[in-house]
Design a protein around this ligand. Structure first.
Ligand code: NDP
Length: 465
């Protein structure tokens, strides 16, 4: 049977676009269908606008800090509408770049919502991006589902009164009092944004410390940094109800306490976006969380249909989706073996202020492979010796496998942590040893030089029994 396209990609987010472009570069006839935003979550409702807003939230403190360096500028007030308009302008520019990139690659762009008719046939119907689009049916030899994920709200009374990150990017004004539920990436990043812009923030999370899954020492350091940022933390609790009276919201916590706010924000995870995809018309299997089941090659249980990125709920990070999409296109249409990516050493960053970044194993994870040597340092970065913001610490931790002396984990909390960690991620991916770090000359004066000057072991931790 002949198909209209060699490859149809459903979803023009980071992973889908990379897959489409690489496939087109290999000579495949490619179409991409998008229902909402060119560029997907990362560009429109995620990484990019979030980072711009984090940057906006840091200027106030920088102005204050500059006084010790001789400047006499005053902080002034922040105008939320200006920030949102500037951010939206940049995103519109990026949307245009995505469209022109795809067009230049000779890819057919389809706007609308895609629904499987069968494993090789998709019906594209009207959607928010194309409300008046006439329905169209397309066929493709291979189909990639790259639809991403969407915020998940807890199943509690009044949950619909709260916003999620989707709405947070377009609030008409900045709420003066915000209750954020969730101690993961999004909860912390938005807590930092709102606090930096002047809001009173209450952060509610279920664990004793934020950021479950990160290294314990770093989680403790982050909890301190959150307090330093002026945010009130409510650990070990969750919300059981949200109500609204007039313009005031009340969040009832499961410990019986109540918090009042002008805005309640659920940052309680995301779920794979599979609604109305017509998966029932195919043999595609879905897991308990709605994630499309795939093998290591992104192959679903339906031959010829693949899935990449958040919709598979593996490592839900933009660069991972891009790598998965790139690999898949190479495998399907390239004439050389696909590149090998080191997913085991995928670096992660939480853009709080200060940010935190990690690569490799936590101390606890590493002890499951044997005893470890821990190198830990905590210091006031040079800028803050003068600014007086001495409580804004930088924390670094190296986790070294004792038997081999290989650095299996590196964790940094502090200004520029993600920028510092990207290079360290190369070293950890390469399996370099502590001696390799030791023989590397530092760059002085930087915070990063501490990574190669931690000569004395802080402690050793025995293997987990
Ligand atoms: P996370 O999984 O990071 O955090 C979810 C938080 O919500 C956790 O603290 C979790 O608690 C809590 N939670 C879950 N369900 C409930 C509930 N019913 N009631 C109360 N609390 C609840 O999800 P996010 O939404 O923050 O982000 C989604 C994903 O997006 C991230 O995991 C990451 O993959 C990606 N992302 C990456 C970013 C980056 O790279 N900088 C930025 C933003 C998102 P508990 O720990 O107890 O389960």
């Amino acid at each position: 049977m002949t198909h209209e396209f060699d490859l149809l990609v459903i979803g023009a987010g980071s992973g889908g676009v990379r897959c489409a472009r690489i496939a087109a570069g290999h000579g495949a006839r490619v179409a991409v269908v998008e229902s909402r935003h060119w560029g997907g979550t990362c560009v429109n409702l995620g990484c990019v606008p979030k980072k711009l807003m984090v940057q906006a939230s840091e200027y106030g403190d920088l102005v204050d800090d500059s006084h010790a360096f001789g400047w006499s500028s005053t902080r002034g007030t922040h105008d939320w509408a200006t920030l949102i308009a500037a951010k939206d302008k940049e995103i519109t520019r990026l949307n245009g770049i995505y469209v022109s990139m795809l067009e230049k690659a000779g890819i057919t762009l389809l706007t609308g919502h895609a629904r499987f008719v069968d494993a090789h046939t998709v019906r594209v119907e009207a959607s928010p991006l194309a409300p008046h689009e006439a329905p169209r049916t397309v066929t493709a030899k291979n189909i990639v589902i790259a639809t991403g994920s969407t915020p998940l709200r807890p199943d509690i009374p009044g949950a619909e009164l709260a916003i999620t990150s989707d709405e947070a990017f377009h609030l008409p004004s900045r709420p003066q009092r915000v209750v954020i539920v969730g101690g993961g990436y999004i909860g912390l990043e938005f807590a930092g944004i709102f606090a930096g812009l002047g809001s009173q923030v209450d952060l509610v999370y279920r664990q004793a410390l934020p950021l479950r899954g990160f290294d314990e020492d770093m989680r403790a350091a982050m909890a301190e940094a959150i307090t330093v940022r002026g945010i009130t933390q409510h650990p070990r609790c969750s919300s059981s109800r949200v109500t609204k009276e007039g313009e005031t919201y009340t969040v009832t916590l499961d410990n019986g306490h109540t918090l009042e706010a002008d805005c309640v924000f659920f940052a309680t995870g995301r779920k794979p976006k599979i609604e109305k995809l017509g998966l029932e018309n195919t043999g595609i299997a879905v897991g308990d969380l709605g994630q499309i089941k795939v093998d290591a090659n992104s192959q679903t249980t339906e031959p010829g249909v693949y899935a990449i990125g958040d919709v598979t709920d593996r490592i839900n990070l933009t660069p991972v989706a891009i790598a998965e999409g790139h690999n898949l296109a190479d495998r399907l249409f390239g004439n050389a073996p696909p590149r090998e990516w080191s997913f085991d050493t995928t670096p992660k960053a939480v853009f709080f202020s200060p940010p935190m970044a990690s690569v490799g194993l936590t101390e606890t994870e590493a002890t499951h492979h044997g005893a470890v040597d821990i190198y830990f340092t905590r210091f006031t970065p040079m800028r803050h010796t003068l600014s007086g913001r001495k409580e804004r610490k930088t924390v670094m931790k190296l986790v070294v496998q004792q038997s081999s002396q290989i650095v299996v984990g590196a964790h940094i909390l502090g200004d520029d942590a993600p920028e510092m960690l990207q290079g360290v991620a190369v070293a950890v991916t390469a399996g370099l040893t502590k001696q390799d770090f030791d023989r590397t000359i530092g760059i002085h004066p930087t915070s990063a030089e501490e990574l190669v000057t931690m000569r004395t072991r802080t402690r050793e931790t025995p293997a987990a029994s």
